[in-house]
Design a binder for this molecule. Structure first.
Ligand SMILES: *Cc1c(COP(=O)(O)O)cnc(C)c1O
Length: 431
């Protein structure tokens, strides 16, 4: 990807550690007061409300399709860490540490169950409304009935994915009876392809990286009236599905007696791939809490695509290859060379900092969280833990003492045993 001269100048001003692929903490110079940033955003409070209302409409369907969620809500627990682990996370700093346990989210065991499931539901709702099927339906449990399924079976849901998005979209779309195509880069993990095929999804492999798989699929589905392409790099529905997590978290914070206000900031550590999931969550939280929420995005040292995009500015698309990084990381959920411009525009001005972390650190934290807290994480999902100490070292100590650090664990519960064991083993030997 070529880079404009203006963007090139901004990238050349990046800290040398970022360019060298070493851990770095980058304070976002483009951060703005939440009220200003949100006033200029292309989405707003009404969109968040609408997303929450859609989740509520579909609760009877979700409860019916997935008996593990009796109330039909796809949400995770808010967990405290054992004292000693929490102390190690802040490493000599202060503030309380909590975990938002999306690694154990119902249905697909990863944060994509928020965005991916939501986008499939939105598409199904549009189709059903267009076909007049909603008239006379008592509630959305009707989406599981024969006339709905017959119509969905004539439509394709397609997605480009490194694995987790494809799984969440594929699972939901297959549960409704859609045909599903998942476009993956050829180096995507074999077990992820098999898991999709087992759902009845077609898996199409592409040469090149994740971005090229998405681009190829986007082109293939551009003109198809019988298909919907879930565009990880440019989807409002995905973004808003993630954003709706904010309301659930607010309820949990209140129930746990955790204050979030100007005196008691909430630092939220979000693993970032293309940026839709962390961007949506940061956006939703900022709508609810304003400047009291301070989102910190976390990226692998080899794939800091959002850091570069925020540095270059949203009008100048960049990729990590432009500064000589190779996008190679064991954190496959975060292995993205280019960020979503939609996420960069909507959430970029809300981001306090981006912290980059080395793969070894992910595995060390993965092991530690399993040994000490029983959390089953995939490497991507451990990223937040590696970011707290480097970031917190730069916070005013008085403020830090009153702060809460919330680490968002984004996936892992459904990792096959062999994968998890291998990750644990690497965590035991990682330097
Ligand atoms: C997809 C994913 C992320 C990041 O989400 P993006 O929308 O790509 O930024 C983080 N962790 C896990 C486990 C994921 O699957």
């Amino acid at each position: 990807m070529g880079v404009s001269p203006e963007a090139a100048a901004r990238l050349s001003a990046l800290p040398p550690a970022v360019r060298r692929g070493e851990p770095a903490t980058w304070m976002n110079p483009g951060r703005r007061p939440a009220a200003d940033a949100l006033a200029d955003a292309e989405m707003g409070a009404a969109d968040l409300e609408a997303a929450e209302a859609r989740w509520r409409r579909f609760a009877p369907l979700l409860a019916r399709l997935f008996p593990e969620i009796e109330d039909g809500r796809i949400d995770s627990r808010l967990l405290a860490l054992p004292e000693a682990t929490a102390r190690a996370v802040v490493a000599g700093g202060s503030g309380r540490v909590w975990v938002k346990a999306d690694h154990d989210l119902p249905v697909t065991g990863c944060i994509k169950a928020r965005g991916g499931v939501y986008e499939v539901l939105a598409y199904a709702e549009r189709l059903a409304a267009g076909a007049g099927l909603l008239e006379g339906a008592a509630d959305y449990g009707a989406f599981a009935a024969a006339p709905f399924r017959a119509m969905f079976a004539r439509h394709v849901v397609a997605v480009g994915s490194t694995g987790n998005l494809g799984f969440s979209v594929g699972l939901m779309a297959r549960a409704l009876g859609f045909a599903v195509e998942v476009h993956m880069s050829h180096d995507a993990k074999a077990w992820k392809k098999e898991r999709l095929r087992a759902l009845g999804a077609a898996v199409i492999e592409h040469p090149g990286d994740y971005g090229s798989a998405v681009a190829a699929a986007r082109a293939a589905f551009a003109d198809r009236a019988d298909a919907h392409f879930v565009d990880d790099e440019d989807s409002r529905d995905l973004f808003l599905g993630y954003a709706a997590a904010a309301r659930d978290l607010r309820r949990q914070l209140a129930a746990a007696g955790i204050p979030v206000d100007a005196e008691h900031p909430l630092f939220v550590y979000l693993p970032c791939g293309v940026g839709g999931a962390p961007g949506g969550v940061a956006f939703g939280l900022s709508l609810l809490f304003g400047d009291a929420v301070r989102p910190v995005f976390v990226e692998p040292v080899a794939a800091p695509c959002m850091l570069l995009q925020l540095a270059a500015g949203p009008e100048h698309p960049v990729s990590v290859y432009a500064i000589g990084l190779d996008n190679r990381t064991a954190a496959d959920g975060l292995a993205c060379a280019s960020a979503s411009l939609l996420a960069a525009r909507a959430a970029g001005p809300l981001v306090e900092a981006v912290v980059t972390v080395a793969d070894d650190a992910l595995f060390r934290w993965l092991r530690r969280l399993w040994d000490e807290a029983g959390l089953r994480l995939e490497p991507s999902a451990a990223a937040g833990f590696a970011a707290v100490a480097p970031f917190a070292a730069g916070i005013d100590p008085g403020l830090a003492a009153r702060a809460t650090h919330l680490v968002w664990t984004t996936g892992g519960a459904h990792l096959p045993d062999a994968e998890f064991e291998a990750a644990l083993a690497r965590g035991r030997t990682a330097a």
